[in-house]
Design a protein around this ligand. Structure first.
Ligand code: AMP
Length: 300
C-alpha cells in the first residue's frame, strides 16, 4: 500500500485516498490489487471536480473493488489559443471531493511523468470520428485525448474505464481506440449530469458570468426541441440551421456546430434512419465554449 517510490517518495493518503504522483508507486499499487484479484476501475479527469465527475465515480465504485481517479490537465489536448493556463486547478478541493465519494486512489502525475524528455508518439483515431464536430474546431484535440487516454489505460491497466457522455465525441473516439488497439478494458459511458435548469455540468461553467449563466441553459433547451422536431419528421438540415439561429438570438456569440450524426460512427445524417442518432452542439458564450448532446430516437 505504501511502497516507497523510486525517487524516495512515499504515496500520501488523506482520509483513505492514496495519492500517487509517479508511475513506480502507481504500478506497485496496481500490482498489489491485481494479486488480490480485485477489479480495478479508472475515472480519467482534468480535475475541478463536480457532480458530473461524481456520477462516473459512483458507477465505478458500484462495479469495481478499487477506483483510481486520475487528475491531469493534459497540455496536448489544448490548441495554442485555448485555455490551458486558465483551466481551473483545485487539487485540495478535489482531494476532499474524492474523500467524500470514497474513491480509493488519486493518480495525479505531472507533465514530466506523462511526457518525459524525448516523448515522440501520438495516437490518432481517424475514420471520420475526429475530423468533424469538435475535431474541426479544435485541431489536434482528439490526438491529444487519445494519446493521454492510451497512456493512462496502460499505466493503470483498469478492468473498466469510465467516460461521460458529456464529451460524446471523446467517448466514441476512446471506444474506437480501445477496439482498434485491442486494449483489455471495458469502456463505460455515463449519462450527462445537469443543473436543475438543464445546463450540463462542466468545470468550464466557472468561466460564465451571471448574465451568461442565465443564457447557458438555452443550449440544452434548443437541442431538446430540435431533437423532438427531427423525431417528428422535420428535415435535419432545416432543424439544425434553425437551432443555430436560435442560439445566436438567445445571446450566444458563436455556434461552432449543431449536427445530427450516427450515434456510433458520427457520420453526418441527412435524415433519421433505423440506427441510433445523436444531436450535438458546441457554442460560444462570452469566453466559454459550451458543448452538449442528446440522443435522437431512430425511426423503426
Ligand atoms: P473533464 O475533467 O472535463 O475532462 O471530464 C472528465 C470526465 O468526466 C469525462 O469523461 C467527461 O465526459 C465526464 N464529465 C464531465 N462533465 C460531465 C457531466 N456533466 N456529466 C457526466 N459526465 C461528465
Amino acid at each position: 500500500m505504501t511502497a516507497p517510490h523510486a525517487r524516495g517518495e512515499t504515496p500520501s493518503s488523506g482520509a483513505g485516498v492514496v495519492v500517487l504522483r509517479h508511475l513506480g508507486p502507481l504500478r506497485r499499487q496496481i500490482e498489489a490489487w491485481r494479486r488480490e484479484g480485485l477489479v480495478i476501475g479508472l475515472v480519467p479527469t482534468m480535475g475541478a471536480l463536480h457532480r458530473g465527475h461524481g456520477a462516473l465515480m459512483a458507477e465505478a465504485l458500484a462495479a469495481c473493488d478499487r477506483v483510481v481517479v486520475s487528475l491531469f490537465v493534459n497540455p496536448t489536448q489544448f490548441a495554442p489559443h485555448e485555455d490551458f493556463s486558465a483551466y481551473p486547478r483545485k487539487e485540495a478541493d478535489d482531494l476532499r471531493f474524492l474523500e467524500g465519494v470514497g474513491v480509493t486512489a488519486l493518480y495525479a502525475p505531472d507533465a514530466e511523468t506523462m511526457y518525459p524528455e524525448g516523448f515522440a508518439t501520438t495516437v490518432t483515431v481517424s475514420g471520420g470520428l475526429t475530423e468533424g464536430l469538435c475535431g474541426a474546431h479544435r485541431p489536434g484535440h482528439f490526438a491529444g485525448v487519445a494519446t493521454v487516454v492510451a497512456k493512462l489505460l496502460n499505466q493503470v491497466r483498469p478492468d473498466r474505464a469510465y467516460f461521460g457522455e458529456k464529451d460524446y465525441q471523446q467517448l466514441c473516439v476512446v471506444r474506437r481506440m480501445v477496439r482498434d488497439l485491442d486494449l483489455d478494458v471495458t469502456v463505460e459511458g455515463v449519462a450527462i449530469v445537469r443543473e436543475g435548469d438543464g445546463l450540463a455540468l462542466s468545470s468550464r461553467n466557472a468561466y460564465l458570468g451571471p448574465a451568461e449563466r442565465a443564457i447557458a441553459p438555452e443550449l440544452y433547451a434548443t437541442l431538446r426541441e430540435t431533437a423532438r422536431a427531427i423525431e417528428g419528421g422535420e428535415g435535419v438540415n432545416e432543424a439544425t440551421a434553425a437551432a443555430a439561429r436560435r442560439l445566436l438570438e438567445a445571446g450566444f456569440n458563436g455556434v461552432d456546430y449543431v449536427a445530427c450524426v450516427d450515434a456510433e460512427t458520427l457520420a453526418p445524417l441527412a435524415k433519421i434512419g433505423v440506427r441510433p442518432a445523436r444531436l450535438l452542439a458546441a457554442a460560444r458564450l462570452g469566453g466559454c465554449r459550451l458543448i452538449d448532446n442528446l440522443p435522437v430516437a431512430a425511426r423503426p
